[in-house]
Design a protein around this ligand. Structure first.
Ligand SMILES: CC(C)(COP(=O)(O)OP(=O)(O)OC[C@H]1O[C@@H](n2cnc3c(N)ncnc32)[C@H](O)[C@@H]1OP(=O)(O)O)[C@@H](O)C(=O)NCCC(=O)NCCS
Length: 155
């Protein structure tokens, strides 16, 4: 039984990936596309945990990489639901790279992604409402609601 409403913390996740040589671009740093795939994976899992349904990516906002991720880094992806509509969910993903030898952490990029929950026929289906508990969660909701309105205007 899927609940009618859920807390942000119910679906928050952190994924860890160790960057190996196979993730590198010709310069020897991690390929941006690898980071994008991991971001979508973390966001999708978070959306599925909220909806308790399969969820597909319908939109990804632009992504800016502030600093390179290196082979040998541990990449941590923090994903949480910011906003839900009827069938859609905006998830924010924060990417942090850590040098496991020095412990130095760098926030490399963040991204906002929108997922749609699907029913057993592959059609959009309703998702639980989001219970907002903190001022920060309300702030994120309002900002995400504005972003979603802008996406729909552009679409
Ligand atoms: C996801 C999909 C089933 C939605 O079908 P649809 O007919 O567009 O559905 P709807 O018009 O009912 O929209 C569903 C939700 O998406 C939202 N949406 C639609 N277009 C959007 C856009 N450009 N950006 C953000 N959200 C959007 C709608 O607002 C709605 O949300 P709400 O119910 O919370 O209000 C369909 O677009 C699809 O299959 N897309 C491909 C998904 C995919 O394969 N992704 C992986 C990449 S290969």
């Amino acid at each position: 039984m899927i609940p009618n409403e859920k807390h942000v913390s119910d679906s928050e996740i952190v994924l860890h990936h160790f960057m190996m040589p196979e993730h590198a671009n010709p310069l020897g740093n991690v390929h941006g596309g690898i980071i994008m795939k991991m971001v979508d994976e973390a966001g999708g899992l978070c959306a599925m945990r909220h909806a308790q349904r399969p969820a597909v990516t319908i939109a990804i906002d632009s992504m800016t990489f502030h600093s390179p991720v290196h082979v040998g880094d541990l990449v941590m992806l923090y994903a949480r639901v910011n906003y839900v509509g009827r069938t859609s969910m905006e998830v924010g993903v924060r990417v942090v790279a850590e040098n496991p030898i020095t412990g130095e952490q760098t926030h490399t990029n963040s991204a906002f992604l929108v997922y749609v929950a699907l029913d057993e026929h592959g059609k959009p289906t309703t998702v639980p409402r989001l219970i907002l508990e903190t001022g920060e969660e309300h702030r994120r909701w309002n900002a995400a609601k504005e972003r979603q309105a802008q996406r729909l205007n552009r679409a």
